[in-house]
Design a protein around this ligand. Sequence first.
Ligand code: AMP
Length: 188
Amino acid sequence: MSTGQLFRAAIRARTSLGEEIRDLVAQGELVPDDLALQALLDALSAGDASSHGAILDGFPRTAVQSRLLDDALAQLDRRVDLAIVIEVPISEAIARLTSRRVCQAAGHTFHLSERPPRVSGHCDIDGSPLERRADDDPDVVRTRMDRQGAELAGVVAHYEDTGRVARVDGRGGADRVAASVVRVIDAR
Ligand code: AMP
């Protein structure tokens, strides 16, 4: 469950949330904590996530969000079991983001050199055109790293304090990293 994906859907659908956050997301700034938490809790209460739990991608992104999430989940008799930190050198992260391409129909993800589509410019899965996310523009990526990277340290500290962190080496191919993630989940 990705808050970034929830936000992009809200922006595309021009909901009131979407209109409120459109510029922040385009500029690589964080969405206010209360809006991010509400979007996540709404999604968590729907469908499979309400009964089977979920893997959260991109939430929490600030120490405040980590505390708000713990409090909100405690009220629902739920909790965060494990925070997985995927560690990648900044230069590698920037290269991954700026060469990422996503399909217009469903956001399926490709990479120009690491995972190129079979037909250039088109999604392997649904054939729709591929595009670069506006916030994967190199200047915006730098803003995201500067503004959001500093906040993330507080998130990791929050889960470290409560013994819920597993670190994964994010270098290497997607399959290897995915296997490492599965290993730390199984170990738990
Ligand atoms: P992502 O798809 O995870 O890269 O997120 C895209 C953008 O959505 C981020 O650059 C932020 O502007 C916004 N965003 C996503 N998740 C959060 C969050 N937990 N808190 C604040 N802003 C967020």
